[in-house]
Design a protein around this ligand. Structure first.
Ligand SMILES: *Cc1c(COP(=O)(O)O)cnc(C)c1O
Length: 363
């Protein structure tokens, strides 16, 4: 009996790389997942995974890589280990807002954890941000790619922000862009992502990358009370280990995938081109429009598409019928939008099938 996997365009969990099955079979045949997590075999796997990750994504040598379990956990680690009193959360959508609210819940003085919202159609305005930023802000939290509404922060903006606030730690949630887009690493001190989006891997693993400046701040603060305190993670990462038994399966698969994929510059240009064509395609349809009009702030990895409320359910049901899974709308945009992942594991052929479906959809 042959069971066909649907075409997955959901922006997380999303389509896995097809080689995952082979990687698993090889590792199982070698008894790999029964090695102790501090054994030479597994430590070698972590070292190689870090090596391939840094090489393929062009991550600076002096940035440290930490393996944790989710993007949400990364938010907590940043709150507990890098913010003593004051952070500023800059957001235009549901994930950025959730990060802000989670951080407020963790801090003794939540009123010092401030939110700065901006319109999805534009970048945050730096002069306004500067004017509104409370004194002694230790960290600015931003969502690089806001998965809920299909917006992304342009690279130029991130460099301007870096220049405007050289002393403040900049933390970026790149969950739905890391391993898809070439990121300006040095413009941020902390970059986080879980792997069920652009990495094309099963959920349950996340990466937290930290600059020397971020690690120096962790040292200065000295917070070391949690199993996932940044200082504790950093001490173990020196020897390619973790404070607890990590997601060995996820780390192993990440290493294999990173070894196999093209360098990030190539992946980036492929996705940008496909996004351009995708937006142009949807703009030509008379019943769907991109949610975001301004191409400067549109995401290249998550396409958010707007339609009439009555049509949305029909489109999704018809897609389901053709074994095509579209992403639901999110938060405020739940009833009028759907989302299409443009992640590296999805092939051009699959995109063509999606376009065929859309062209032939009968209202
Ligand atoms: C999916 C997503 C998250 C949540 O990731 P978890 O691994 O479930 O914690 C956080 N931020 C963004 C931008 C996301 O797209």
């Amino acid at each position: 009996m042959q069971i066909l996997s649907p075409l997955h365009f959901y922006p997380g969990p999303s389509k896995l790389y097809p080689q995952i099955g082979e990687y698993l079979q090889t590792a199982l045949a070698q008894g790999f997942f029964s090695f102790n997590h501090r054994s030479p075999e597994f430590v070698k796997c972590v070292r190689e995974t870090v090596h391939h990750l840094k090489a393929k994504l062009e991550i600076p040598d002096d940035y440290q890589v930490f393996f944790v379990s989710s993007a949400t956990e990364c938010w907590e680690i940043i709150a507990q280990s890098l913010v003593q009193y004051r952070s500023l959360h800059v957001f235009n959508g549901a994930f950025g807002e959730k990060w802000w609210k989670n951080t407020r819940r963790l801090k003794a003085a939540p009123e010092l954890i401030q939110g700065f919202t901006f319109a999805p159609e534009a970048c945050p305005e730096l002069p306004i941000l500067k004017a509104k930023m409370p004194p002694h802000t230790e960290l600015i939290a931003l969502t690089h790619n806001e998965t809920s509404n299909g917006t992304a922060l342009p690279t130029d903006f991130l460099w301007e922000l870096r220049q405007a606030f050289p002393e403040v730690l900049l933390a970026l949630d790149a969950t739905s862009s890391m391993a898809g887009m070439a990121l300006p690493w040095a413009a941020g001190d902390l970059w986080l992502a879980s792997v069920q989006k652009c990495f094309g891997l099963p959920a349950g693993l996340a990466l937290l990358l930290a600059s020397p400046q971020a690690l120096a701040r962790a040292e200065a603060i000295g917070e070391n009370r949690h199993y996932n305190s940044l200082l504790a993670l950093a001490a173990q990462a020196q020897v390619f280990q973790t404070t607890h038994t990590p997601n060995m399966l996820g780390i192993y698969l990440l290493g294999q995938v990173m070894q196999a994929v093209a360098p990030i510059a190539q992946v980036d240009s492929l996705l940008r081109q496909r996004a351009r064509e995708g937006y142009a395609f949807f703009e030509k349809l008379d019943f769907v429009q991109p949610l975001i009009q301004n191409p400067e702030v549109r995401s290249d990895t998550v396409l958010a598409l707007r339609t009439h409320e009555e049509l949305l359910a029909k489109i999704k049901a018809a897609a389901r019928n053709k074994n095509i899974i579209l992403g639901n709308g999110y938060g405020n945009w739940k009833n009028t939008t759907f989302r299409v992942a443009n992640f590296p594991a999805i092939t051009n052929t699959e995109f063509e099938l999606l376009q065929d479906f859309m062209v032939n959809f009968k209202k």
